[in-house]
Write a protein that binds this ligand. Sequence first.
Ligand code: SF4
Length: 335
Amino acid sequence: MAENKTTTTGENNLLLVENLSVTVRNSGKKLIQNLNFSIPKGEIFGLVGESGSGKSLTATVILGMLSKSLEVTSGTVKLGQSEITSLSEKELRNIRGHDSAYLSQNYQSFFTPFIKVGKQFIEIIRCHTNMSRKEAKKVAIHWLNRVHLPAERVFNSYPDELSGGQLQRASIASAIMFRPKLIIADEPTTALDVLTGERILDLLCELKEELNCSILLISHDLRHIINRTQTVGVMYGGQIVEIGKTSAVVADPIHPYTNLLLQSRLKLSNQPPLELQTMLGEPGLIAEEGCPFSKRCPSVMKSCSNLVPMNSIGTHHSAACHLVKAEREERYVTH
Ligand code: SF4
């Protein structure tokens, strides 16, 4: 298999995922296959793909929160100096919150509804430190201010007295107050209106600079990924089918799935498109053999029923598609 140049073992990596595979215990059903990617310190890596492609499951493995019904059958997940897949539950609890933090789309369920937000902050802080209540309140107010909330008012409010955007900001404050090295933001804007969602993503980028942390930004929406990430991995059927510097993938997508995702973005234009670009087949239709996208691919060919290795296109761009070879040959002839 060609080396995937976007995955390196360099010392600058905060997160290194190598050959990760996850299956359903006792059934052998593969949910994630041979994932390889890395996130350097201080960078944002985007993981994009439709529901069920394995994005959130990947996050679950990195957090060490895989359900007992699933198992890691191969590979490693290294966060800093820690090999996540081999840690005990107690060691993982120390890592979560300190080394890694999770932001979910279900921010409404992040806070217990009948307890004031401030009290919940104090409990979390005192659970991880030996601060007094007074000191913990100071920390909570600092971070609520830091995410641009009216800190005292939010601190003294019940969760249902806050808007969706305010609740998501409060959950961000809670996630970052121990200065994690890696923030996993899993569809953080899904339940928000477009403008509020954009502001939340801008806030995350701003905090990344301040905390000098890395972010794994998971989204089904390429618009969120394109302008905010340095590197992107496109997932389909539990596999990364294209990976590279975001600018290279967007400018020159090779995998037909990436291409279709890019074409189906809404664009501002004086001339509305005559027809919307759609994808063949139902979401989640995955071929068992060969290329997982072959049942929906407009460019499918005979060889696609064979295993497709990850092929390098350039120094920082790879795709698991037989078209890579055709593309290379075309470039060779043209130049
Ligand atoms: Fe399409 Fe074949 Fe490429 Fe898969 S390997 S994306 S089926 S052309």
